[in-house]
Design a protein around this ligand. Structure first.
Ligand code: HEC
Ligand code: HEC
Ligand code: HEC
Length: 152
């Protein structure tokens, strides 16, 4: 019985590994991508190739800086991504399947929970009270101490 359980676990691991490999290939190889709208302006916040591969790390890093250290820069802000990448048609980055973030992610089977809290449209109020986090964070003495000089 124990042996069967171990064997099943191994099979599950292999399946998961195969799936995540498949999900990273399109972004890494830069080929065979779904058709996506070009962003506003003539370039992204970083090199396009770099963005294809590393946007998730940029976003997570930027979020950690904001949430844990209270550092607020705009360069890798999610709000900025939405401003430049919202679709001409839907006005959103993830309302329809063809919208910028959603097009690629549904193709790569990536599901984001970001839009539960963050707005997918420029200038729109997010679905939940993001502002509350802001008030709490700014009133923390720890964060106030790290703010000057760090925020641009
Ligand atoms: C449960 C709600 C919630 C979810 C889910 C969530 N966030 Fe956030 N996020 C926040 C709050 C609150 C802040 C702080 C906003 C502030 O104080 O400026 C924030 C800030 C950020 C920031 C820095 C501010 C900005 O506009 O760039 C980034 C980047 C970010 N989140 C990215 C993400 C990404 C990427 C995901 C999905 C993987 C995600 N968040 C999911 C609530 C959430
Ligand atoms: C100033 C406008 C602007 C901002 C802000 C911006 N982008 Fe871009 N982005 C662009 C443009 C324009 C391109 C296409 C560049 C090209 O064709 O070489 C692009 C390309 C990309 C690509 C590659 C798309 C492809 O064709 O494979 C990704 C991924 C991406 N951006 C994600 C993001 C994320 C995530 C953010 C926020 C951290 C962001 N962008 C912020 C304008 C922007
Ligand atoms: C060129 C295709 C492409 C575009 C366009 C794109 N993504 Fe991604 N994204 C991916 C791929 C592929 C992954 C999964 C990478 C992996 O598993 O290593 C991913 C993963 C992510 C993750 C991490 C998910 C997690 O659970 O770890 C975040 C956050 C993210 N993308 C945000 C965005 C946002 C926001 C946009 C729109 C501004 C966007 N992406 C546009 C291809 C794209």
């Amino acid at each position: 019985m124990a042996r069967l359980a171990n064997w099943l676990r191994l099979v599950a691991l292999i399946v998961v590994a195969a799936f995540s490999a498949a999900a990273t290939v399109p972004a890494a190889a830069g080929v065979d991508l779904p058709k996506i709208e070009k962003g506003k302006g003539d370039k992204c916040v970083e090199d396009t190739q770099f963005m294809r591969r590393n946007h998730m790390d940029l976003l997570k890093h930027h979020r950690d800086d904001t949430m844990r250290k209270g550092i607020r820069t705009t360069k890798h802000s999610l709000k900025k991504c939405v401003e430049c990448h919202a679709s001409e048609k839907s006005g959103s980055v993830a309302a329809s399947k063809e919208d910028f973030c959603a097009a690629c992610h549904s193709y790569a089977s990536v599901k984001l929970d970001c839009w539960d809290c963050h707005a997918t449209k420029p200038g729109k109020k997010p679905p939940t009270q993001l502002g509350q986090g802001r008030v709490q964070m700014q009133s923390s003495p720890l964060i106030a101490a790290t703010q000057p000089g760090e925020s641009k």
